[in-house]
Design a protein around this ligand. Structure first.
Ligand SMILES: [Mn+2]
Length: 332
């Protein structure tokens, strides 16, 4: 059934297994504004660790969005605040990220612990970073990596783990649309559905959750979509003023950028969002003919070849839009 990419990935499964076997206590975390991939990955790995008798806490800097609460039926994911005591664990796994800045204010207290700190990730990372971490840039999602790992070590995959991995793969491929979606991604999801995961229910709970005001905000944002002179790039923007008008949070505007790819002629969609701090978050999506990672990297961000993002700390919303569009037009 599932053709595992054994030769290439086996060393990563081996090293993860070695770390797990050699230690007893673990903390798992993921990036700020956690998504279905980070949360699903955390839950699947934590469930396995507990299954084999290890101690494991999941602690994130931001709360779990309501739509992802299905991966955490027993409320195991804890939110960290400066008042929360972090247990003195031996190993920290940070999932779906490869830069400690991505855990925001949790980075410092974690680094103060005398623990092994390991990224489990699939974002583009430079060679040096890969040493000592578990990074496979080819996989679609944490769920895809973990499923293969569990099969390799012959772990029992419970329904809870299956659901968490399905949510991870389903959300990080944007429902099997992204370029990293492979036959393997589908085969793994088929196996997870056989375990009892209900795809229609996951779609309903994860993708069909917008409030009326969010849809109205989306409508207002999309009404002002702009396209560059060469017709290849579409962009939208959202100011703090507009977000406030609709009472929307940053988390609620996630996914807006994907609507731009519905346009027939464009190759790249960009979403500019002003944060409460005044920083500008910029998300990029490419249909696959144009690699946007090099440009995003140049701007100081990161991500994948065709999906990437950057937080720009200098300039107003309009200044950032002008600057980024100029860079994009120059480079593609
Ligand atoms: Mn991911």
């Amino acid at each position: 059934m599932t053709k595992l990419r054994a030769q290439e990935t086996q060393p990563l499964w081996e090293s993860l297994n070695t770390i797990i076997q050699a230690h007893q206590s673990f903390l798992i975390t993921t990036h700020i504004l956690p998504d279905g991939d980070g949360l699903g990955g955390e839950m699947a790995l934590a469930s396995y660790l507990k299954q084999i008798g290890k101690e494991c806490v999941i602690m994130n800097v931001d709360p779990t969005p309501e739509k992802f609460s299905i991966v955490d039926p027993d409320f195991e994911i804890k939110q960290w605040t400066p008042k929360v005591l972090i247990p003195a664990v031996q190993v920290i796994f940070a999932m779906d990220m490869n830069d400690w800045k991505r855990v925001g204010s949790l980075a410092e207290p974690l680094q103060k612990l005398d623990a092994k700190m390991i990224f489990i990730d699939h974002h583009i990372a430079d060679g040096k970073l890969k040493e000592g971490h578990i990074i496979d840039e080819r996989i679609s999602s944490m769920g895809e990596f973990l499923f293969q790992f569990f099969k390799y070590i012959e772990a029992e995959i419970t329904f809870k783990m299956a659901l968490a991995m399905y949510v991870s793969i389903f959300t990080d491929t944007n429902a099997f649309r992204h370029r990293k979606t492979t036959a393997l991604s589908h085969a793994i999801c088929a196996a997870l559905v056989e375990t009892g995961v209900n795809p229609a229910l996951v779609t309903r709970q994860v993708h069909q959750t917008r409030s009326l005001s969010e849809v109205h905000l989306l409508g207002e944002v999309l009404k002002k979509v702009q396209v560059t002179s060469n017709g290849k790039i579409a962009w939208i923007e959202i100011s703090q003023e507009l977000q406030k008008k609709y009472g929307a949070t940053s988390e609620e505007t996630q996914g807006f950028v994907d609507y731009l790819l519905a346009l027939k002629e464009i190759e790249v969609g960009i979403f500019f969002r002003e944060e409460p701090t005044g920083n500008i978050a910029v998300s990029f999506r490419s249909k696959g003919n144009i690699e946007i990672y090099p440009l995003v990297k140049k701007l100081g961000g990161g991500g994948h070849t065709y999906e990437a993002g950057v937080l720009i700390r200098k300039g107003t919303l309009q200044e950032v839009i002008q600057k980024v569009l100029a860079e994009v037009e120059k480079s593609i």
